[in-house]
Design a protein around this ligand. Structure first.
Ligand code: CA
Length: 232
């Protein structure tokens, strides 16, 4: 990450959205560079080396999903997709193509800043090269070195599959993880018709970890997309 104020690249062609992003991000100390086309966005991603990329999915000269795929080729800069309501399929495709997270328009300044903070923290963790040894969020503690899990101070015994699922979410803490990513990273299998595996195991994990499994505060559902482990 840049030692000075973080630099954000916004790839977005809607003027009103650009004005909103410019006003809210500059007011919170971020530097901004802007691209209104996919081609300019890709060029600036290479030339400016931003800390986070905010990517609209519908650009005048192309599809944000292709941009995400091309950006991922050789670059680990976090990508947060800006999508419209009703673009669920595109959102999932963008995440599977390598985007890290998404915001559904219209979103608040608070949501925007929270997503950017998570993206910056995650990038810094990856860049440090130090494997994470422990993860805590709320009253959940995962000792990744010893492979032990504690909820509300008590040790929780997970099956190997439940543990792999939890660790996959820990590795993306604060970000949404699609059903496809969960299946491939926790089970090593492809998507086709297996989404129910995730639902079943998530239910088991919630029963073991959440104080009130019916009202989860840690293992959050992102309807139609996947799950997010809340990073408190
Ligand atoms: Ca657009």
């Amino acid at each position: 990450m840049n030692a000075e104020r973080p630099l954000l690249l916004v790839i977005e062609d809607e003027r009103q959205m650009l004005r909103f992003l410019r006003a809210s991000l500059c007011a919170h100390g971020y530097r901004l560079c802007e691209a209104e086309t996919a081609a300019d966005g890709l060029a600036q991603a290479r030339s400016r080396a931003p800390d986070v990329i905010l990517l609209d999915l519908m650009l005048p000269d192309g599809d944000g999903i292709d941009v995400a795929r091309k950006l991922r080729d050789g670059c680990r800069t976090p990508i947060v997709v800006l999508s419209a309501r009703g673009q669920e399929e595109d959102k999932i495709r963008a995440l599977d193509a390598g985007a890290d997270d998404y915001l559904t328009k219209p979103f608040s300044v608070g949501e925007l800043l929270a997503r950017i903070r998570v993206a910056l923290r995650h990038a810094a963790q990856v860049a440090s090269g130090n494997p994470q040894l422990e993860f805590t969020s709320g009253d959940l503690r995962v000792d990744l070195a010893a492979r032990r899990v504690f909820a509300r101070g008590q040790e929780v015994h997970l099956t190997p599959t439940e543990y792999r699922l939890l660790v996959t979410l820990v590795e993306h803490a604060g970000h949404v993880v699609t059903h496809r990513q969960l299946l491939s990273e926790a089970w090593g299998i492809s998507h086709a018709g297996r989404a129910h595996y995730v639902r079943v195991y998530m239910g088991q994990l919630r029963a073991k970890i959440e104080a009130d499994p019916a009202r989860p505060r840690l293992l959050l559902n992102e309807p139609g997309v996947g799950y997010r482990l809340a990073a408190w």
